[in-house]
Design a protein. Sequence first.
Length: 578
Amino acid sequence: FKVVKQETKAIDGQKPGTSGLRKKVTVFKQDHYLANFVQATFDALPSDKVKGSNIVVSGDGRYWSTEAIQIIIKIAAANGVKRVWVGQNTLLSTPAVSAIIRERVNSHGEKAYGAFILTASHNPGGPDEDFGIKYNCENGGPAPESLTNKIYENTKKITAYHTADGIPNVDVTKIGVTSFEGPDGTFDVEVFDSTEDYVKLMKTIFDFTAIKDLITNPKFSFCYDALHGVAGVYAKKIFLEELGAKESSLLNCEPKEDFGGGHPDPNLTYAKELVQVMGLGKTQPDEIPEFGAAADGDADRNMILGKKFFVTPSDSVAIIAANAVGAIPYFSGGLKGVARSMPTSAALDVVAKKLNLEFFEVPTGWKFFGNLMDAGMCSVCGEESFGTGSDHIREKDGIWAVLAWLSILAHRNKQAGGDKLVTVEEIVTEHWNTYGRHYYTRYDYENVDSDDAKKLMAHLVDLQSKLGDVNNLIKEIRPDVAEVQEADEFEYKDPVDQSISSHQGIRYLFKDGSRLVFRLSGTGSVGATIRLYIEQYEADPAKIFEPSAEALAPLVEVALKLSKMEEFTGRSEPTVIT
Ligand code: VG1
Ligand code: CO
């Protein structure tokens, strides 16, 4: 092949958000749109590292992935990359990509330098829906802000990109290596099985025999819903082939480029089928499985359910941290520390305190956990947005979270040794009894006018200097709600590289430990999404069994009135409640 220089013009709006660049497919399909971003990324990396490197390109298989991979292969070749690794049929989950960067070696014993992950995660897919791309680094984690800022700067001044003339579209459905001769020698595209590296890694972390005993116990039953995302490929391999689950345990495990027309977001609103199966829907099924779980499009998120029981993601990470050491072989030496994102509830804080573990609170987005993990300061971490993970990789990991829960269930059952199986609900309520309960909910207002959203946020910042007024208002509308003690915008100083990230969410901290947090989403593709996070701590064991919505009603009322939500946005109801 020959390297050709293709003239182009800078395109507006290519700033990566919380997790990469996400736009409508129609935007991505514009001439040079993807190519500009990819070249801008290569230009932001040290050229001596890119030259001769191995990179990974794959994703959740959403609509337009095949076309995008072919474009990226050619640009990679023209920029001096030596080998591109592709998961069969373009499929690699986000956690699998992270594992591959860290673990896989080529025939020369070399690892990958980085990866382009093609996904818009939990956003819908299809010709009129979203596409996305993000770059992950040598440690397997998302590019830090310093790099994404550089990429963005490059997109604003790009005038040309390099691409290869003479590389035909590569067949990504067949496993094998295709080689091309270029100016700097051979360029290879290697297509391999999407699951091999990831499954190998999972086997080093968990006791598969113990989990298999649980799964094949006739008293146990479970249901996994991949929402037609890439998780299905891994679920079949791990749950069916390795752990002996019945095929009927898997729901929507055929990856589809439009996710079957659904929203591949594992929560109580969008994982409708699973919610119904688990007895949390409108009608009750005859038989309800003991354990249920779902994943998002790129399989880094998880939702955990018990029989007629929802585990909040904030509780889930706290419970995993509290139980990890006995239940999961990978943690047998103890935990190095734990971390959560700022809006995530403080359930994890209480566990850290009791177990005397180092604890960190970082801004939203997985990239902030990476530095802590690379420095050996954090073993388990999580976000309220259905993301849980550990330092086995540098992304959140949906299947890992399910295996962690199965391990805890298996371990508890072995300890109990009784006739009756220990349930998810028992584990959670026991946890609340020990640590207290953090009632928690999140209200999302999607696709709000951007200016309206900005005005609402500005209003909330303004109020932070008038806490006297705020507390008078609270006294008027809800005297049963505690006073606000402190209010600020969250700022994070990375303890490893000392970098500072400001404006990471508006916080109102109440005297009784309750919190209200307001943030604008960084993963949407149109308009603005306002996220309102509501949390209230209850230590009294007599008061930990209220329905969450009832317990939080007073705080919700305060949040909506304080922010003038309806006045600013015209919305009387959130789009989604999780
Ligand atoms: C959301 C979540 C955040 C998560 C991010 C990426 O970001 O709130 O916790 O890390 O999505 O998840 P935002 O900026 O929209 O609130 V995923 O599964 O899209 O990679
Ligand atoms: Co995701």
